[in-house]
Design a protein around this ligand. Structure first.
Ligand SMILES: Cc1ncc(COP(=O)(O)O)c(C=O)c1O
Length: 367
């Protein structure tokens, strides 16, 4: 029997996007969460002037990039990570999708990927692409993984446990200490996707590496922090033995972040001012989005982190609410079903459009 990939979730929104686009003023697309704000000019300048086009980049990342990431870990998250324990990736989606297959090569006796039941779809897809079992871990009402609900038989087969803080889509903040301890007790690597860490609203930003590097890896991205989704730049760091394995394997797989991208990423990581500005934008837009969904009869909590509003659909049907927002407001969101069966009944809105576009939606909804 042949296998065909399922439809890409966001492609399923195309008919509704077309309908919203037909309204005067067009669609306000908050579905995928594509950044629309400009990256810092110095970063774009570095991209254009690195002189790194000619030669192959090193798969692990340039020494400058790894040093910049190490300094960023110290400055922003207060943890010491040697540059040698940092690796570059070609955006983090690539790493998330590929990791289960690589971990399986490391330990063929295990075949299971544990991931939050409401989450970024690529955790489960990475398992599928590697021919592994994807086992969803229940989450609580705030989107945090419930470690106690993991069946020990699944844990014994687990290649890794994914956690995501702040979480996409619900914005929850996991107890990362507890997740690390859970993994260490069972020899299950815990991979902590922290790509929204600088958009933590409740308390300081947090990393799993604060509990030590043993058995854990933190994954980070410049896509949203610096509005650089288009250049594909991320990094990961943690457990020395796991890192040595992954850094070496990725060389063989030809996974290389381009040199100009590493140069731009190095500049971006050294600057926090633009991230402060972006944080302000997201806070403001999230607040406005809460007002907008209330015009459509929904009440959504401000998230503990991240730039998504996770909205309970009035009436409980996520697709029906997505359709109503698209047809009445020209606003395109994502049905919660995209983030797992347990996500049904919610709609995710990414706070990526400028306020004037959100005002247009509010006006359409009668606000
Ligand atoms: C939780 C999470 N992890 C990883 C990614 C991938 O980001 P990128 O590949 O742009 O680094 C995304 C993108 O939306 C995400 O939401």
């Amino acid at each position: 029997m042949t296998w065909t990939p399922p439809p890409y979730p966001y492609d399923r929104l195309a008919p509704l996007r077309d309908k919203a686009a037909a309204l005067p003023g067009g669609v306000v697309d908050l579905s995928i969460g594509d950044p629309t704000d400009a990256p810092p000019p110095a970063v774009v300048a570095a991209l254009a002037s690195s002189g790194a086009e000619r030669s192959y980049p090193t798969s692990v990342g340039s020494p400058e990039f790894r040093r910049a990431a190490s300094a960023w870990f110290a400055d922003v998250l207060g943890v010491t990570v040697a540059p040698s324990l940092v690796g570059a990736c070609v955006g983090t989606k690539e790493l998330v999708a590929g990791l289960p297959g690589w971990l399986r090569l490391r330990d063929p006796s295990r075949d299971t990927v544990l991931y939050p039941a409401i989450s970024y779809p690529t955790y489960a897809m990475g398992a599928v692409l590697a021919g592994c079992r994807a086992v969803a871990v229940p989450v609580d009402g705030s989107g945090r993984v419930v470690l106690a609900a993991i069946d020990e038989r699944d844990a014994a087969r687990a290649l890794c446990l994914w956690v995501n803080t702040p979480g996409n889509p619900a914005g929850g903040l996991d107890d990362l200490e507890a997740a690390a301890a859970w993994g260490r007790a069972r020899h299950v690597p815990v991979i902590s996707d922290e790509c929204y860490v600088e958009f933590t609203w409740d308390g300081p930003p947090r990393t799993i590496l604060s509990s030590g590097l043993d058995g854990v890896i933190a994954v980070h991205s410049l896509s949203k922090r610096s509005n650089l989704a288009g250049i594909r730049c991320g990094f990961y760091a943690g457990d020395p033995e796991l890192m040595a394995f992954l850094l070496e394997l990725r060389k063989h797989a030809g996974l290389m972040t381009p040199g100009p991208v590493l140069a731009a990423g190095t500049v971006a990581l050294a600057d926090r001012t633009h991230v402060d500005v972006q944080r302000g934008r997201y806070r403001e837009r999230l607040a406005r989005l809460r007002e907008i969904v209330s015009l459509a009869g929904a009440a959504a909590p401000f998230p503990a982190g991240g730039f998504y509003l996770w909205v309970p659909s009035p009436g409980g049907d996520d697709w029906a609410f997505v359709e109503r927002l698209a047809l009445d407001g020209g606003l395109l969101g994502s049905p919660g079903e995209f983030y797992g069966e347990a996500g049904r009944g919610h709609v995710r809105l990414a706070a990526v459009a400028p306020l004037e576009r959100l005002d247009l939606v509010a006006a359409r909804l009668g606000g």
